[in-house]
Design a protein around this ligand. Sequence first.
Ligand SMILES: O=C1C[C@@](O)(C(=O)O)C[C@@H](O)[C@@H]1O
Length: 207
Amino acid sequence: MRPIIVASLPVYSEKDIHRINQIDADLVELRLDYSKSLPTLSSLLPYKDKIIVTIRDVNEGGINKIDDNVKVSYINQLSKEGFLYDVEASFLEKYNVDFYNKIVSMHYFNSIPDYNIVNTIVTKYENKAYTVKIAVIAKPGYKNFLSNLLFSHENITVLPMGSDPLERIAFGILGSKLVYTYVDNPTAPGQMHYSRAIKIINLLFNN
Ligand SMILES: O=C1C[C@@](O)(C(=O)O)C[C@@H](O)[C@@H]1O
């Protein structure tokens, strides 16, 4: 299956949101945690079918701390309006928010986590989520770690962080549902520019 190319866009102010129209990726991830306050939902509505809304927790790579209660109520509104959003598995352990057909994510920036722990979390969410996503630092053992997850689950996204960006394309070809890329500057190490990723994927998957 063709992997979906996601361009990750930091949102510093509402005017960044309107850049979506110029970004020729399959989906645009709006990283709302790049700003200290969240945009109105009405400013996101025109782009609903093209976006992933993310308020990344600072413990998992977020830039600004958004109060958990604010995040819960924003997510509840996003859910009601039918937006696709990304929520950390760790957040779901603490708060009862909707993850049906949403992205459930895990990020490991310092070391490779225990395989069985991550495998259990993926199994818990994979049937209901849009995809379960694991981003992991490219330290020794990461390729085996990500490949084993990829080959054990259908509905999964795996992202090495800090290795050659082409590796993400390779994992996409092997079955990672989403491939994360950047617009101006990477939001995580190991991303390539979205236009390059689209070009490679179209060469491989278009007739
Ligand atoms: O979770 C992810 C994946 C990511 O960390 C990456 O590795 O490309 C980039 C983040 O913007 C996004 O929220």
